[in-house]
Design a protein around this ligand. Sequence first.
Ligand code: G3H
Length: 489
Amino acid sequence: LLHQETYLANGDLKTWEGKKDEVYSTISSTENYNKTLLGTVPHMDESAALEVLDYACAAYDKGKGEWPTAKVSYRIKCMEDFVVQMKKEREKVVKYLMWEIGKSLPDSQKEFDRTVEYIYDTIEDYKQLDRDSAKFSKRDNVNAHIRRGPLGVVLCLGPYNYPLNETFALLIPALIMGNTVVFKPAKHGVLLLSPLLEAFRSSFPRGVVNIIYGRGREVAAPIMATGRIDVLALIGNSKSAIALQDQHPHKNRLRLVLGLEAKNPAIILPDADLDLAIQECISGTLSFNGQRCTALKIIHVHEDIREEFNSRFAKKVDELKFGNPWEEKVQLTPLPEPEKPTYIQELIDDAREKGAKILNEKGGEISENYIYPAVLYPVTTEMRVYQEEQFGPVIPVKPFNSIENLLDEIADSNYGQQVSLFGKDIEQLAPLIDTLVNLVCRVNLNSSCQRGPDVFPFTGRKDSAVGTLSVHDALRSFSIRTFVASKDN
Ligand code: G3H
């Protein structure tokens, strides 16, 4: 049992005296559902959250604070100290990723290692940014010394599916650019940050990094309502992002860095290599049970090959191994959100009522914290599974005849993150690719959708994102170009 009753604020690990939230593991097996108490975290109220905000504002001190005015070399040193200490906690953090959100051992290790690499890449890019900024430009006898300055106080909210990596993809660039931060981890995956609190405490000056725990509407909304937040950085759903923006009394001043929903489609053309397409669609739809914003959330298969694709794909889905995250070669794991199996069941029921069938034998088998992925066919636009971002183990498959109509359908979607295109004749695909990149932000040729490598731009059109997250872009998203001008006399 890990008792995590402390929180980090104003450079101290404070002991929590108030109400506590209990955190349970998601472990299970198909027969025995085990709900083990892992620990507790503070359940803050509005006044506690506002007190934490005060610390972040005091450390920023309207731009006059030690951190926003610090030298680049000092911020780099703090970040390097942090990552060195963080690496020592790998085993603990990985363990909590498995227990709290049910991520498999290799994926949990990957999440940790990827985050460490992200921090090192950020440090390197920050050095480069500083070198570039140090260049003078001159025009009409005016010399400009360009710099990159912080934006102020940032409120960061991370998601449960990458509670370490994606939270840090916001937090780390925000910090290194000289902002001060209040961050709120998602409900699932809060304990895994506890082994890192001491590293934050000892690496950064007072008040620069602060944590709040609790429900968004109870702790994040009141913080926004003060109007003292300069940047809202959130990876999660649009509903939460909009609700928080609406709280801010001066919305025009608020900078946004948002990674939101997506409904990434796979398009399987008649000449696709079906072995490859099936393999990529399996990982694309079901890695971490489909709980990824980049997951393939609908498969469009051409009529000419749909029979072969459907039967082979459904068979492969039934071959996947479900089990606890620490078991070997496990591909499907328990779902951390207790309400998710019921929600997925509702999507399946709705699709079946409207004419779809479950193609795989195990599809829809339900246990207390799992539902086996169902392959649904033929899916139509009226079905909820077509319209909603399922963010879980259910796979809608829709047939198509005309690529023109399919492009219209993708263009009319509320989302625009990525697409996976499967076909062999790359030259013939060129015009299609040229159109698709105008509808989404990344076209994956003969491969599933994904965010990485983290140095590549990660963004989306329409309701999928605001701003770009990559090592390179995030540093710019959390800063502003300023300059000192002087005239030649
Ligand atoms: O949930 C959204 C994540 O950005 C997905 O990242 O493609 O590396 O799994 P990933």
